[in-house]
Design a protein around this ligand. Structure first.
Ligand SMILES: *[C@@H]1O[C@H](CO)[C@@H](O)[C@H](O)[C@H]1NC(C)=O
Ligand SMILES: *[C@@H]1O[C@H](CO)[C@@H](O)[C@H](O)[C@H]1NC(C)=O
Ligand SMILES: *[C@@H]1O[C@H](CO)[C@@H](O)[C@H](O)[C@H]1NC(C)=O
Ligand SMILES: *[C@@H]1O[C@H](CO)[C@@H](O)[C@H](O)[C@H]1NC(C)=O
Length: 964
């Protein structure tokens, strides 16, 4: 071997060693199987559209070195569709996680039983229905099986008992019926699962007895069988599973005596409430680590409060309502150091209730309502909630605090946003990240703890610990977690709404979301031990939500579109940044060479102190705008966006203006800027915010608009919702529709707005709507040249799904966005709120048979609920739904929308004052060429007279339309 050959070989070796295993070609059978699986889905990640699954790789796919697919994990990506039979052909698959895709429905295919290598199957939080396939019993490597929170029916197949390596079995929150299968000589059963630690079967319709299920050599730590219809006795053998930590059998129909469970010394939580148990109360004195016990609502033999309670030094919650307790309440009960609540209402407790001097510091709630207590002592020792209503002691003093029926007034913990300026607000769908106070799309879901060893929902220490473990163990930025809406839910589980924020940018990508989803769905993430076992169900992740509730032919492209748009955005931002740097330098050179494209407007420039040149646009000097905004002071800022900031200011002659100042990254080239001004200065309509002038100096690009005093439509819906009655909303819809119709149909050339949303519709003091922000506007002529824009622009929640997919812009994209605004007027809600998309919500809720509310009672803004009974309301909703039709061709034009809303307004009974939106169908001013002939079509726009600067003029329009 000569040196060259050796070097070549070395090089080859090096290359081979550095190429990731994934780069080798995927096995063709696996590719075929994946494509078939993908064929049954929409909204799959865009990476699945091209390239080699292992090589590219596709999001959620992992492979072995031989090109075989071993892992398919797509948690929380909002896929729709079914799980194809072809999944069974991925014969080397070890992990399958499709959790939290609530759009995945249909049955679980039996072919999964062919995946002999599968160790983990997680389909939690989807919408699968039908039975659990018995073929799952073939998966002998399976350790983790989570089918919880679906719509599964049928019985538990006995074959699951063959999964001898199973560690986690979660079937909770389905509609499974029948009994838990027990092995016979010839058939398997779940009693064979001696390695399983978790039986989570709660919230189903399981019935029958548990006789024969429990074996002494089982190693269970959690038995959650609550909220089913089990009958018969609690099996004696249960008492021998000493590994047990959580036993929940509540809300069933277990009968008979509680067996001897003295040996369950590791038990943290024991909940036997709401059954038909008889005999004496179980003796729990050996359970040194017990935190929570609930024995309420049973038929136990009458007894005194057992003395051994005082030995349970870790106990935090004791509930024994309706448990036939008699005698006096022992004072020692209140000395327990960890005790947080005692609930012993609806018993026969008698005598004097004495609160001792040495009350445990944790005690928050003492509830002895509906007993026969005749007196109280030591009340001054205890300052927290005491409930004694419906006891004899209260018969003569019904107004004393402890005698009133009160709800404990506990303020649950929620993550503090104190260090952020929350007044700033984020755009629809985004929330503030406490880690950096910026806005981003958080990944949200509910985390439900099945056996927390504390009851205090206000505990800062506990929940801050939870926050910290979340960001630490999920590898997020420090502090990028928000917890709120903490409460014990109707099943008596501790529920916490969790929001997780991306470390960079404003959104997680598909692989990040799936990664976090998997860490939560397969229990890799472990909360602090006091929280006990949990499950997590993610809300649909907002950036992956696309329009349409129906299976949509656009959905696929739409997600791809978002992903692409997100990617493009990042790249675009970088490019724009680089471009801006260069541009700045070039701008200087250009100026030096005095090739100012505005040079020919010099006359305007000289004239800058005079009246606005409404046919053109007035030129403002940088100094002029600087001084009228106090050097662009924060106090003058009224808005901000990707392009820069908006300031309010008052010109020397008293005119109030809104100044949009581009930041360096969003500057356009000078010719483009000039074009935009020429375009905007030609557009005048009473329902459009007019351009007054511009500034192009000292490297700045600013647009000066008329100031509209009443704020945005969104602000008005939030702050003045009740003031905005139905008729006012109709007028706002009409005004903004007219503005938009003008842009589409009468402006020359026609203009597509591209970013219609409720924050771009301003209201003046008479609630006249004015469409603002043509920053993204596009001349229709450009698009007709077959110009396909490479960047999808607009705002999430308002974006036309067809535009997403085809990137082909038309006026109908504005119509879609306008339809969303109409639904905002109806609902008062933002388009995307709490993961729900208003278009889909309304589409699914509409019920023509509901004569009162059209099915929208829960959705319609309570402020206008009465209007929902009118025929006009129904027509308005129908029109909005036409506007948001998935097919652009099926949407009406804005002109049609104007006519329809006008007709609705005419049919409204008089009431809310005069029709200030105007009464003519074609109330366009004359500035646009081609304006129709009507009384006001030939007008000139003049400046109206003013009061002194800054007083009454704040609320006066400064243009008025005068007939000639
Ligand atoms: C568990 O105990 C049962 C009898 O109660 C026995 O048949 C079975 O083999 C035992 N299993 C193991 C894994 O020890
Ligand atoms: C319960 O079992 C324990 C240990 O197995 C035993 O010591 C105790 O006497 C039993 N209690 C009753 C009431 O049978
Ligand atoms: C409670 O604990 C004490 C010692 O700490 C023990 O003497 C007593 O027997 C226990 N009581 C019960 C009911 O187990
Ligand atoms: C979850 O998945 C990880 C990564 O594959 C694995 O290491 C871990 O053991 C799994 N956890 C459980 C409880 O199966």
């Amino acid at each position: 071997m000569d040196a060259a050959t050796r070097r070549a070989r070395l090089l080859l070796l090096l290359v081979a060693a550095t190429v990731p295993a994934g780069l080798c070609q995927t096995n063709p059978d696996d590719v075929a199987a994946l494509r078939a699986v993908m064929g049954a889905w929409s909204n799959y990640p865009s990476s699945w559209n091209s390239g080699d699954p292992c090589g590219a790789p596709w999001d959620g796919i992992m492979c072995a070195g031989n090109g075989r697919v071993t892992s398919l994990r797509l948690s929380s990506v909002n896929m729709q569709g079914t799980l194809s039979d072809s999944i069974g052909q991925l014969s080397q698959l070890m992990f399958l996680d499709l959790s939290f895709n609530s759009g995945l429905s249909g049955t679980i295919p039996a072919s999964i039983g062919n995946l002999a290598q599968l160790t983990t199957l997680i389909l939690a939080g989807c919408s699968f229905s039908g039975g659990i396939p018995k073929e799952l019993g073939n998966l002998l490597q399976m350790t983790f099986l989570a089918l919880n929170s679906n719509k599964l029916t049928g019985t538990i197949p006995p074959q699951l008992g063959l999964l001898s390596k199973l560690f986690w079995l979660d079937l909770a929150d389905n509609a499974i019926t029948g009994s838990v299968p027990i092995s016979t000589g010839t058939t398997p059963g779940l009693d064979l699962l001696t390695n399983t630690k978790h039986f989570h079967f709660n919230k189903n319709q399981l019935s029958g007895t548990l006789t024969g299920l429990f074996k002494p050599n089982m190693t269970l730590i959690h038995i959650l069988f609550d909220s089913n219809q089990f009958t018969g006795p609690i099996p004696r053998e249960l008492g021998s599973i000493t590994s047990l930590q959580v036993l929940r059998l509540d809300r069933n129909q277990f009968a008979g005596a509680v067996p001897n469970i003295t040996n369950l010394v590791n038990l943290n939580e024991l909940n036997l409430a709401s059954n038909k148990l008889t005999g004496s109360l179980p003796n729990l004195s050996s359970m040194n680590v017990l935190n929570v016990v609930d024995l309420s609502n049973n038929s136990f033999t009458a007894s005194v409060i057992p003395g051994w309670f005082t030995n349970l030094t870790n106990i935090s919650s004791i509930s024994m309502s309706s448990a036939r307790l008699t005698g006096e309440v022992p004072q020692e009960l209140f000395n327990l150091p960890q005790l947080h609540e005692v609930v012993m209402s609806k018993n026969q407790l008698s005598g004097t209730l004495t609160m001792p001097g040495s009350i445990g510091t944790q005690l928050q709630t003492v509830d002895f309502q509906e007993n026969v207590i005749v007196d109280v002592a030591g009340i001054s020792n205890y300052k927290k909630t005491l409930l004694l209503a419906l006891n004899p002691v209260c018969s003569d003093k019904p107004t004393v605090a402890f005698c009133t029926v009160q709800k404990p007034n506990v303020i649950a913990y929620s993550t503090s946003m104190a260090k952020c300026n929350t007044a700033r607000g984020c755009q629809s769908g985004q929330d503030q990240n406490p880690a950096n106070c910026g806005c981003a799309y958080s990944y949200n879901g509910k985390m439900v703890f099945r056996a927390p060893s504390f009851k205090d929902v206000s505990s800062t220490a506990n929940f801050q610990q939870l926050e910290e473990t979340l960001w630490r163990l999920l590898s997020l930025r420090e502090g990028a977690v928000v917890l709120n809406r903490i409460h014990f839910n109707e099943d008596n589980y501790l529920q916490v709404q969790v929001s997780l924020f991306p470390s960079t940018g404003t959104l997680f990508n598909v692989s990040e979301v799936s990664r976090i989803g998997f860490l939560l769905s397969n229990q890799t993430y472990k909360p602090p031990p006091i929280f006990g076992p949990y499950f997590f169900i993610a809300d649909p992740y907002v950036p992956f939500i696309v329009a349409g509730g129906k299976k949509s032919k656009f959905s696929t492209g739409a997600v791809a579109g978002i992903a692409v748009a997100g990617g493009v955005l990042v790249i675009a931002l970088i490019l724009v940044g680089l471009f801006a740097l260069r541009q700045k330098r070039r701008n200087k050179e250009l100026k030096e060479r005095s090739t100012d494209p505005f040079a020919s407007w010099g006359a305007t420039q000289k004239d800058s102190g005079g009246a606005p040149q409404l046919k053109g646009a007035r030129f403002f000097s940088f100094e002029e705008l600087k001084s009228c905004t106090d050097n662009f002071a924060d106090s003058h800022e009224i808005g901000a966006g990707g392009y820069g900031k908006v300031y309010k200011g008052t010109l020397v002659d008293g005119i109030r203006v809104a100044i949009k100042r581009a930041q360096s990254g969003s500057m356009q080239g000078a010719p483009e800027f000039k074009n935009e001004i020429e375009l905007l200065s030609r557009v005048h309509h009473r329902n459009l915010v007019s351009l007054i002038g511009f500034c192009f100096q000292q490297g700045e690009q600013m647009l000066v608009y008329e100031f509209v005093a009443g704020g945005t439509l969104r602000e008005n819906l939030v702050v003045r919702g009740t003031y905005l009655g139905w008729k006012k909303r109709l007028r706002i819809a009409l005004g903004s529709a007219r503005g938009l119709a003008y842009l589409h149909e009468l402006a020359d050339p026609p203009i597509i707005h591209r970013d219609i949303k409720s924050t771009n519709i301003l209201l003046d003091e008479n609630l006249k709507a004015k469409v603002a922000d043509f920053g993204l506007s596009k001349l229709v002529a450009d698009t007709e040249k077959g110009h396909v824009s490479t960047q999808v622009k607009g705002t999430l929640g308002y974006l036309d799904p067809e535009y997403y997919m085809t990137q082909q812009l038309s006026e109908k994209s504005d119509v879609y966005s306008f339809g969303v605004v109409m639904l905002e007027l109806v609902s008062g809600r933002q388009p995307i709120e709490k993961g729900k998309y208003v278009v889909r919500e309304v589409r699914q809720a509409i019920d023509p048979a509901d004569r009162d509310y059209y099915g929208l009672r829960a959705i319609v803004d309570p402020a206008i609920r009465d209007a929902a009974r009118t025929p006009g309301f129904r027509r308005f909703v129908q029109l909005a739904m036409q506007c948001v039709d998935e097919s652009a061709a099926a949407r009406p034009t804005m002109g049609t929308v104007v006519k329809e809303v006008e007709a609705m307004l005419l049919n409204e009974p008089d009431g809310e004052g005069s029709n200030s939106a105007g009464s003519s169908a074609t109330e366009f001013d004359g500035a646009g060429r081609g304006a129709p002939s009507h009384p006001y079509s030939d007008v000139e726009i003049t400046r109206s007279s003013y009061g002194g600067a800054g007083d009454a003029s704040d609320y006066m329009p400064y243009f008025e339309v005068k007939p000639k």
